[in-house]
Design a protein around this ligand. Structure first.
Ligand code: HEC
Length: 203
């Protein structure tokens, strides 16, 4: 009995010792430390600069948009201050950006018209209110910005996916959507008003 136990235990012990040796070799393999020199690269540095076009994710506005990178209160405060108010000018480029971001992040539930008939809702997610409700037509821009940033009821926050600038772009696009479904005739530019049939057709 004792001999059999030994016969089993001995190879096991040897194997484990081999393992330990292998681990040790992995710890000890050659590697560069921070700021080390290297003959491999023309600039003599082992540390490689980030490729052109890299965007820092641990600082700046992006950091304050990702819950994974929050941390320094000052950075967050600065990003929030920078995004505290809507952009001064609503440009076609801003609207186009808002439309693109809306299609990615909001349309699945709110639908292309903003009436809350997106495909996710048709599969059982709670129905969001239509952006064309009077209450949401009357709501200030900031309300939409805050809903994107903090979530609202069962709708979760999009702060980790939509930067503050993009939130304002989406808000501008939602305003355009609201106009598209209910502009007052008196608010239309004269050129558009002239194209309306004489009987009216707007509100
Ligand atoms: C997964 C589905 C879903 C997505 C995606 C979504 N929402 Fe919502 N949203 C909802 C639901 C559901 C409600 C209603 C929440 C409640 O009242 O409990 C809602 C409510 C709202 C409201 C109304 C808040 C109020 O005052 O009643 C606004 C504005 C809004 N969402 C904007 C957005 C924007 C902008 C985006 C894209 C950045 C977005 N939502 C993405 C589901 C979604």
């Amino acid at each position: 009995m004792k001999a059999r136990w030994l016969a089993c235990a001995l190879p096991l012990a040897l194997t484990l010792a081999g393992c330990e040796r292998l681990m040790h070799d992995m710890y000890e393999q050659p590697r560069y430390g921070p700021d080390a020199a290297s003959p491999l690269f023309a600039d003599g540095r082992a540390e490689r600069p980030p490729p052109p076009g890299s965007v820092p994710a641990a600082m700046g506005t992006l950091a304050a948009t990702s819950s994974g990178h929050l941390g320094r209160d000052e950075l967050v405060a600065r990003a929030q201050a920078a995004a505290a108010s809507a952009p001064a000018a609503i440009t076609p480029a801003l609207l186009a950006r808002g439309q693109e971001r809306f299609a990615i992040y909001c349309e699945p539930c709110h639908g292309p018209l903003g009436d809350g008939e997106g495909p996710v809702v048709q599969h059982g997610f709670p129905h969001p209110p239509s952006y064309h409700e009077q209450r949401l037509r009357d709501a200030p821009d900031r309300h939409f910005y805050d809903v994107i940033s903090q979530g609202h009821g069962v709708m979760y926050s999009y702060a980790d996916r939509v930067t503050p600038q993009d939130r304002w772009a989406i808000v501008a696009y939602i305003r355009a959507l609201q106009l598209s479904q209910g502009a007052r005739v008196a608010e239309l530019p004269p050129a558009l008003r002239a194209r309306l049939p004489a009987s009216g057709g707007g509100r």
